[in-house]
Design a protein around this ligand. Structure first.
Ligand SMILES: Cc1ncc(COP(=O)(O)O)c(C=O)c1O
Length: 367
């Protein structure tokens, strides 16, 4: 027997990970497809970001700036932060992973919530830690459930605020209450990927909490409202000690040059305002229209909405998914998130939104 034919064993736990499945993008046989499965914006990227991206085409032989300075400075200027407290990542996904690899090892626990973003669990496990899942209350992060699950082994707590795929949020007072009961040795990660969309007086993404504590991190992304998912840009705002620790673990050039240049166009705030306005109008219209045809919606503050299908009859989420896909509307099945009979719909263009409403009206009206 040729022993070399056997591959080395991955570390314990790695093969238990259910690999992340991205939103579908194909509807075979359908001419026009509306991809509403990954919470991407229907408005594309800012023209300034596209111009900056194009300009980098003539310097591709050069390594990017490993510190992503112009990007950090642009983020810092827009949000009123110190660039020294910012670290950029290849998408916020990378930062979530880096945080786990920096703070977790075998025997350590990371707390995630019942319907939380799946990357947390994957990265906790990949780092050798143990994910501990706590229940949510009515598809909303439950602070008391998290606090009840904290042990002396807990090293990290992840919450998405607002959350994906539910679209719900918890007010800043609740986040503060959670933080106040965690010991200094526990890192609280506030994943605010959808923060820009939220229009609620009692919501905060986490800047104040990070600024005044040593164990809170806020992560953000350029993939959603900024329309740059293809470039993979995320950032975190964190205490200096956390930035300095994670900086040692990341790849030296984890952001590429076109991403750094395009991301620095975050200063185009007019583009952002138009995206917020489009979403506000269509989130309300889509939610109302789907409710009116008898579907239950989880009220959302984001750019997507969770649609629950009837438990009985031939109108399950799976059937709706097939029906919509046949008409070119690709939503996201969310069984892996604990919602076997729901679909998540990203708020799209007017054409896409009206198309989904019309298709689901037909679907619900079928005998
Ligand atoms: C809650 C949440 N966090 C993080 C991410 C990852 O975003 P990025 O594209 O920056 O890796 C997503 C993307 O779907 C998300 O929904």
């Amino acid at each position: 027997m040729n022993l070399a034919l056997k591959s080395p064993e991955p570390r314990p736990g790695i093969l238990d990970i259910a690999a992340y499945v991205p939103g579908r993008e194909r509807a075979p046989g359908v001419a026009k497809v509306h991809k509403l499965s990954s919470n991407e914006t229907p408005l594309g990227a800012s023209p300034r970001a596209i111009e900056a991206f194009q300009r980098t085409a003539f310097n591709l032989e050069r390594y990017p700036d490993g510190q992503a300075r112009v990007l950090k400075e642009a983020i810092a200027a827009v949000h009123g932060l110190n660039p020294a407290n910012i670290l950029c990542g290849n998408g916020s996904d990378e930062l979530l992973g880096l945080l786990c690899h920096t703070y977790l090892g075998p025997g350590d626990e990371g707390i995630v919530t019942e319907h939380g973003f799946l990357v947390y669990k994957i990265q906790i496990t990949a780092a050798g830690g143990t994910p501990v899942t706590v229940r949510e209350a009515d598809a909303r992060v439950d602070v008391d459930a998290i606090l009840a699950a904290v042990t002396e082994r807990t090293k990290i707590v992840f919450i998405a605020n607002p959350a994906n795929p539910t679209g719900t949020y918890i007010p800043v007072d609740e986040v503060r209450r959670l933080h106040a009961r965690l010991s200094a040795g526990v890192l609280l990660v506030l994943d605010a990927a959808y923060a820009e969309y939220v229009r609620r007086n009692d919501y905060e993404a986490g800047i104040e909490l990070v600024s005044s504590n040593c164990n809170v991190v806020m992560t953000r992304t350029f993939s959603k409202i900024h329309g740059l998912a293809g470039l993979r840009i995320g950032w975190m705002y964190a205490p200096r000690q956390v930035v300095e620790a994670v900086d040692r673990v990341r790849g030296p050039f984890n952001l590429n040059a076109p991403a750094i240049a395009a991301g620095a166009a975050i200063r185009d705030q007019a583009f952002l305002a138009a995206a917020v306005e489009h979403n506000l109008v269509w989130l309300a219209r889509v939610s109302e229209a789907l409710t009116a045809i008898g579907l239950r919606i989880t009220p959302s503050v984001t750019n997507f909405v969770l649609i629950h299908f009837p438990e009985t009859g031939a109108k399950s989420a799976e059937e709706a998914d097939a029906f919509l896909t046949g008409r070119g509307f690709i939503l996201r099945a969310v069984s892996a998130y604990g919602f076997p009979n729901a679909l998540r719909m990203t708020i799209g263009s007017q054409e896409a939104n009206e198309g989904v409403i019309a298709a689901l009206t037909e679907f619900m009206g079928r005998k």
